[in-house]
Write a protein that binds this ligand. Structure first.
Ligand SMILES: *[C@@H]1O[C@H](CO)[C@@H](O)[C@H](O)[C@H]1NC(C)=O
Ligand SMILES: *[C@@H]1O[C@H](CO)[C@@H](O)[C@H](O)[C@H]1NC(C)=O
Ligand SMILES: *[C@@H]1O[C@H](CO)[C@@H](O)[C@H](O)[C@H]1NC(C)=O
Ligand SMILES: *[C@@H]1O[C@H](CO)[C@@H](O)[C@H](O)[C@H]1NC(C)=O
Length: 527
């Protein structure tokens, strides 16, 4: 019987290739401040692996954690795979790990100490070894592999690429210079690059236009791709561009910027890894970004999105998706007010406290800032308020939330689209900066407790539509012109869910931008 299980499980995992447009269980997909992720699939483990920098001030960057997953949804943290106690020369600023497997050994390339030209201190790019991708890794050489500047490139941000013929290359470089060198098959000493024309070199400069740091190289259909980061890592403009080359030694011709900030989703999106689902043409870009409400430059989180190639081999611009199906049992991206929420059976629910349903005004928000949008989720009322409850209980979606109030009082400014199981109505309404609750539209619906309803809001300017289940015509179409009684019109803000005076469950959250349909121009749009 155990043999049966052992035979079928790996088969099932390999049969289901993760085929997603973005992280289905939400971005960031791991919790904590991390940056500069490397992403790999190691067949010996049947798992995907992510190796990020710990994103804290330099003196606290003394260790590396790793994360692994069989399906890109359920992630296991492997803490402290390497730390400075296992590298005699590394003191701090342990950056941008990259792990490769060769002949059953795992080599972890890392940078440490952040050396600058003329520095007395030892530092640069080192290599540590382990028999397992989860470590523990031990420094292999007791000295950096690359411990000085070549071609103006700071020895940081290394990426090691193994070509099909067994040749190994190390790409690296900060301070706006990119360099490639060849590694010997021991993976911890440098070979000489021989061009076959009488010229040899240990370090070749391959800086493409716009390059700042963070190179990563991979091969698809015989073409070598290099991605790198442009802009300043601490600001909103950090971004990823790519180029292609016919050879691993370049030159890489810059093609396009493919990942950058989206004012509706996050800023500072950069320093990426790339992973291919084995046996498929499904690719993901794994990168870090800064949540919209964060200003500390180290407040970076690790995310992934789908990477699509066009027929001509060019890469489509990456769309940072916003979804959460709670399949990982977690709600990493959500901030909650008053009592909070928890994930139960892959559904997010508001927690009922001893003060009773009647006092529950639960609000959970994503750190988004969408204007015109299509926002959907499954909503079900799990427990209605007591019959004596005079206030209408409500469970639903909130959008364009601009003022989420304090921890204690989840008063906000913004719109809601909600179900009321007691009055058997669906409604669109507005909380006007905490004071007034303005009904914009409502309709009858025979709402059943515990049944799930798919709510879809289409908000274009002041036109707010609510669809229920798979209806093609909106159940409610409301307008908020904002002129009557000088009321505030909310044009952008956070997305989230509310459960007022009820317990409710939420699932399959998704929000994306919409473009203005021509038929709506002049139909109540905010200019
Ligand atoms: C040899 O080839 C390399 C790579 O193309 C080039 O950079 C170098 O200038 C060449 N050397 C000579 C002497 O032509
Ligand atoms: C949200 O976007 C609007 C413009 O669309 C902007 O004015 C506002 O500052 C943004 N808010 C945040 C928190 O980024
Ligand atoms: C505006 O004020 C009038 C008079 O007080 C009231 O009847 C009306 O319902 C208000 N409209 C809105 C949208 O609040
Ligand atoms: C409308 O509200 C704004 C902001 O509160 C205020 O400055 C303005 O005087 C109001 N206009 C009228 C006509 O009441």
């Amino acid at each position: 019987m155990h043999l049966q299980t052992a035979l079928t499980l790996p088969f099932l995992f390999s049969a289901i290739a993760p085929n997603y447009t973005t992280s289905p269980a939400g971005n960031p997909f791991i919790s904590g401040w991390y940056a500069d992720p490397d992403a790999k699939y190691f067949p010996s483990t049947s798992r995907y692996w992510v190796y990020p920098t710990s994103s804290y001030p330099g003196p606290q960057q003394t260790y590396l954690d790793a994360f692994s997953s069989p399906d890109l949804i359920h992630w296991t943290k492997h803490p402290n795979i390497l730390d400075t106690s296992r590298v005699s020369w590394a003191k701090q600023k342990v950056w941008a790990p990259c792990v490769v497997e060769r002949d059953g050994k795992y080599f972890l390339y890392f940078a440490a100490n952040d050396i600058w030209p003329g520095d007395e201190q030892i530092g640069g790019i080192g290599v540590a070894v382990s028999d397992s991708p989860e470590g523990p890794f031990q420094d292999a050489m007791d000295t950096p592999l690359i411990g000085e500047y070549h071609h103006g490139a700071q020895p940081i941000d290394q990426d090691v690429f193994l070509d099909d013929d067994g040749s190994a290359y190390i790409y690296y470089g900060g301070h706006s210079h990119a360099v490639v060198a060849k590694l010997n098959s021991d993976m911890m000493s440098l070979d000489i690059i021989d061009y076959g024309n009488g010229t040899t070199e240990a370090f070749r400069e391959i800086t493409p236009p716009g390059y700042v740091e963070g190179p990563v190289v991979f091969k698809r259909r015989g073409v070598y791709y290099m991605m790198w980061s442009e802009g300043g890592w601490g600001g909103p403009d950090y971004a990823v561009a790519y180029g292609t080359a016919p050879s691993p030694l370049g030159p890489f011709e810059r093609k396009a910027k493919i990942l950058e900030q989206d004012p509706a989703v996050a800023t500072g999106s950069g320093h990426n890894g790339v992973v291919n689902v084995p046996g498929t043409d499904i690719w993901y870009i794994v990168y870090h970004r800064r949540p919209l409400s964060e200003t500390d430059e180290n407040h970076r989180v690790v995310c992934y999105d789908r990477l699509y190639f066009e027929d001509d081999g060019s890469i489509r611009k990456v769309r940072m998706g916003v979804r959460d199906n709670f399949e990982d049992g977690r709600m990493i991206a959500w901030k909650t007010w008053h009592g909070g929420f928890e994930v139960v059976k892959q559904e997010m629910r508001n927690v009922i406290h001893e003060d009773g349903l009647g006092h529950t005004r639960a609000l959970a928000l994503l750190d988004t800032n969408f204007t015109d949008q299509v926002y959907e989720a499954d909503v079900r009322v799990l427990q209605d308020g007591p019959p004596s409850q005079v206030v209408d209980g409500r469970a639903g979606l909130v959008f364009r939330v601009t003022n989420a109030g304090s921890e204690e009082r989840p008063i906000f400014g913004g719109y809601y689209a909600a179900l009321n199981a007691k009055t058997k109505k669906v409604m669109i309404g507005k909380f006007r900066d905490g004071s007034a609750d303005v009904r914009i539209g409502e309709a009858e619906l025979d709402i059943v407790v515990a049944k799930s309803y798919h709510l879809k809001v289409v908000a274009v300017g002041g036109t707010l539509e609510l669809y229920v289940d798979d209806m093609t015509e909106p159940k409610i179409r409301g307008m908020d012109h904002g002129t009557e009684n000088n009321s505030t019109v909310y044009q952008s803000g956070r997305n989230g869910v509310l459960a007022y005076f009820v317990q409710a469950g939420f699932d399959n959250v998704a929000v994306e931008k919409t473009r203005v349909p021509a038929s709506r121009i002049g139909g109540g749009l905010i200019s």
